[in-house]
Structure formats: structure tokens, C-alpha cells
Write a protein that binds this ligand. Structure first.
Ligand SMILES: CC(C)(COP(=O)(O)OP(=O)(O)OC[C@H]1O[C@@H](n2cnc3c(N)ncnc32)[C@H](O)[C@@H]1OP(=O)(O)O)[C@@H](O)C(=O)NCCC(=O)NCCS
Length: 440
């Protein structure tokens, strides 16, 4: 578990790196949207934005160190008008690309508040260049770019533990994958077909409807819909009836060990037809597996056809909060709405949230919450009827399934002196995240 000390250490390493880059640059430094590239690194290496001539090398590096399809995914991103080459950075040794990372634009929605977000993806270093801090430097670039793009959080799926070194914390549960143990009979009036670009509005509308019951959501960006239609590692499907799209899903390529994810349907009959249509695409002895979206139309309609025994380990999305005050400030309308809905009146007082090394004071006014004021360390927030939340649990508190009550039971450095107030402000949350990569 990363401790607050480790978080501080991580920050100071990033700062050191930035300082080092500033001291020894032999390359011209250009400011692009508030962040500086290129950056000189030790041993004559340089970090810079990707160029068209790098694409083949980046693709080869990603395929070698990750999945073969990563090269296609990367090309789709950097050739898309919404992302482009500046979304990707490389570390080069001369002309040789030895490390790379890409930052995608996302949006996390929580209780009606839309938070601009970044997602780091397509990360790899050549084996012989590992352990030299190249991804640490690329993460610094990605976070600077993310800040310049106004992102208030970063969300990602990544290899275990690694990204905690860069300020990410596990916060949002990834839903279970469950086996299908019976297939409903289809009624034969609807047709399952591969999705086309013209289906994007219908698919997005079905997804919005499926996500409407969750507290925290991340939809596919418009660009991501295009990449999903074009890439090869997953397929988008629509179920059509009388020229109307009534259900949609995303699967791994048809065949053995097929996975059905991101299912959404107009009604339960469409959901059952979707399941039988996709099951017909699967082959082999392995059962079709589905990502369970609890409480949605498909989640409800498929109850009797799935084995509810959870499989596999716990999985969670990582969240990074680069600036707690800025995020809390953006969440003020939501926090106010939670207070008023619960009938809690603390007018004239401050809500104090201490992350121990700093604290955030939110004045409760007669008709809303005032601007967040940041202050220094408060070791005992109970003395001011506040809450204490270690910075590495803040993402779980704001976006996760436990709420302050659940976290208080398992984390010694999460607690509150005014339980009534803080349990209302920080309840357990449900979440549904759609990402470019299926996290399974
Ligand atoms: C994982 C990978 C990206 C790391 O790249 P790298 O350039 O060697 O990373 P860095 O040298 O910048 O390492 C930064 C820190 O992470 C540590 N680290 C490196 N790999 C790690 C791992 N797999 N798990 C935990 N820590 C790791 C380093 O020791 C270093 O710590 P320090 O700064 O405290 O000394 C690289 O090994 C790789 O390409 N692996 C295969 C593809 C992959 O897994 N990509 C990530 C997909 S999400």
C-alpha cells in the first residue's frame, strides 16, 4: 500500500526529473499548451512528441511489449483529428524509439458533474532500456499535458501496482466476468449485425441509458467510438428490429473464450435476443462470458442465464487526483445537493477535510458551498469536527464503492468526527466505466 510518505517521494522524484531536464537540456525546449517538450534525459536520450516518421517504430515496440493489436490502436489514435500525434510522446535514442506513452481525453461523470479526465494508454519501453526512468519521465509528460488540457482526474487500467508509483490509486471496481450457463431462445424478429459508423448515435444513446442508473460513469468519447469500430481486438454489434437499433454490445472476436461486454438494450426482450445472438457467434467448448452490468436492463434480463459465482481476482480502475482542491471545488454542486437532499444544515460552518499534510475548508453558506480554501497540515481534524482522509484514499472516497463509512472500517487513516455530515457527503457509489481497452 502506498503511504502518504511514498506519495511525497514520488512527487519529489517527478520534480527532480523535471529539474534535471531543465538543467541539462541541449535541445530547444518548446512550450506546447503549457508543458515543455522536448526534454533531455540522461545518456543522450530525449523525450519529445511523436512524429509521423516514428509510427512504425512505436507500433513495433507496442506490439512486441504488449498486444499485437496495440500498433493498430495506436495508429487509430494518433491519426484521429480529436487526438493526433501530440497525444503521444516518445523517448528516443538518436532516431530509435525506445519508450512511448499516449494520453487520451476522457470524461468522468459523477452526480451530474462532468469532470474532464485523462487516460494514459499504450505504454511500453524497449527491454534493454527498462529501469532507467523512461516511463517515469513519460508519465510526467502525460500529467503535464493532462493538466494543460484541464483534466481534473486521470483514470486508467494498468498493470498491477506500477501506476501507484505515479500517484494513481485503485478506486473503482471493475465488474465481475460471469459465465453464461443457459442461452435464451431468440424470438427471430431481430437481427444481430456488425455496427457501422451510422450506428454510433444509437449505440451512444443505449449506453447513456444503461449508465443512467450509476453514480459514477465514464462514457466512450466520440473519438473512441470511431476507434472501436475500426480496430480489431474487439467488435461492436447492434441488434436491429424494423430498422431500429434495440440493443448493442462489444465482444472479443467471435470464437473460443468469447467475452460479451458493454451490453445495453432497450428492454428485457431485446436483452435476451442480444444474448442468444451473441452466443450463436461463440464457438468451442468454453462458455460465453459476460461482463455483468448490475441493475441495467441486460443485467436484469440475464439473471437466470448466468452463473453468479464470481471468477478471478479483484480488479479496479486506477484514479489519480492531481489537485484535490480543484477537484473538490468542481464537486461543490454535488456535495451541496447531497447535503440538501439529506436535510442537513450546517450553515455558517466549514466542512473540513484533512489529508493530514494539507486540509481543504469548504464554507457552508445559506444557498450553497463557498470556494474551497486550502490550508496546511491538520493532524487531528476531529478537533474541528472535520474528516481525515489520507491522500492515497481520496480517490476511493470520492469515486469508490465503500463511502466514508466503509473506508473508516478498513483504513486507520480515514475517519470523521461528524459522521452524520460526512456519511451524507461521501456515500458508497456505484460505477460503470467504458474504456478503449476491455479490462479482461
Ligand atoms: C512496465 C514498463 C512500462 C516499465 O517501463 P520502464 O521505462 O522500465 O519504467 P521506469 O524505469 O520509468 O520505472 C519507473 C519506476 O517503476 C519501477 N518499475 C518498473 N517496472 C515495474 C513493474 N513492472 N512493476 C513495479 N514497478 C516497476 C522502477 O523500478 C522505477 O522505480 P523507481 O523510480 O522507484 O526507481 C516496461 O517494463 C514495459 O514496457 N513492460 C511491458 C509492457 C507493459 O507492461 N506496459 C504497461 C501496460 S499498462
Amino acid at each position: 500500500m502506498t503511504t502518504p510518505c511514498t506519495a511525497a517521494l514520488t512527487e519529489s522524484r517527478e520534480n527532480r526529473l523535471a529539474g534535471m531536464a531543465g538543467r541539462c537540456h541541449s535541445l530547444a525546449v518548446t512550450m506546447t499548451s503549457g508543458y515543455s517538450v522536448p526534454v533531455s534525459l540522461p545518456d543522450g536520450l530525449a523525450l519529445r512528441e511523436a512524429r509521423p516518421s516514428d509510427l512504425d517504430q512505436i507500433g513495433a515496440l507496442l506490439s512486441e511489449r504488449g498486444e499485437p493489436d496495440d500498433a493498430i490502436d495506436h495508429r487509430l489514435v494518433v491519426t484521429d483529428p480529436d487526438a493526433g500525434l501530440s497525444a503521444c510522446a516518445v523517448v528516443v535514442d538518436g532516431e530509435r524509439v525506445v519508450s512511448t506513452a499516449t494520453l487520451l481525453d476522457e470524461e468522468v461523470c459523477i452526480g451530474g458533474v462532468r469532470l474532464p479526465a485523462g487516460q494514459v494508454e499504450l505504454v511500453a519501453t524497449e527491454s534493454e532500456y527498462e529501469g532507467r526512468g523512461l516511463v517515469r519521465a513519460l508519465m510526467h509528460w502525460a500529467h503535464e499535458r493532462s493538466a494543460a488540457r484541464g483534466h481534473l482526474v486521470q483514470a486508467m487500467i494498468g498493470i498491477p501496482y506500477f501506476y501507484r508509483l505515479f500517484g494513481y490509486e485503485y478506486a473503482i471496481d471493475i465488474p465481475q466476468v460471469l459465465n453464461v450457463n443457459a442461452v435464451p431462445p431468440g424470438d427471430g424478429t431481430a437481427t444481430l449485425r456488425a455496427a457501422r459508423p451510422s450506428d454510433i448515435p444509437s449505440m451512444a444513446a443505449l449506453q447513456a441509458s444503461a449508465q443512467s442508473g450509476f453514480d459514477v460513469t465514464m462514457p466512450h468519447s466520440e473519438a473512441c467510438w470511431r476507434w472501436l469500430l475500426d480496430h480489431e481486438s474487439s467488435n461492436l454489434w447492434v441488434l436491429e428490429q424494423a430498422d431500429t437499433v434495440i440493443a448493442t454490445a462489444r465482444t472479443t472476436p467471435p470464437g473460443e473464450e468469447m467475452l460479451l461486454a458493454e451490453a445495453a438494450a432497450r428492454d428485457e426482450a431485446a436483452a435476451r435476443d442480444l444474448l442468444s445472438g451473441v452466443a450463436a457467434l461463440a464457438s468451442g467448448d468454453d462458455p460465453l462470458r459476460i461482463v455483468h452490468r448490475a441493475g441495467t436492463v441486460t443485467g436484469n434480463a440475464w439473471q437466470e442465464f448466468i452463473d453468479h459465482e464470481p471468477r478471478g481476482n479483484a480488479e479496479q480502475y486506477y484514479i489519480r487526483i492531481p489537485d484535490a482542491a480543484a477537484l473538490l471545488d468542481r464537486l461543490r454542486p454535488l456535495l451541496w445537493q447531497r447535503l440538501t437532499a439529506a436535510g442537513i444544515d450546517r450553515t455558517g460552518r466549514d466542512i473540513v477535510i484533512s489529508t493530514f499534510g494539507a486540509h481543504y475548508r469548504i464554507p457552508v453558506l445559506a444557498n450553497g458551498l463557498g470556494e474551497v480554501v486550502t490550508g496546511g497540515p491538520i493532524q487531528s481534524p476531529g478537533a474541528v469536527k472535520g474528516a481525515g482522509v489520507a491522500p492515497d484514499h481520496l480517490a476511493a472516497l470520492l469515486f469508490g464503492p465503500h463511502g466514508i463509512e466503509g473506508l473508516t472500517r478498513i483504513r486507520p487513516d480515514v475517519y470523521s468526527a461528524d459522521e452524520e455530515l460526512f456519511q451524507v457527503l461521501f456515500p458508497p457509489l456505484t460505477a460503470d466505466v467504458l474504456s478503449y481497452y476491455l479490462p479482461y
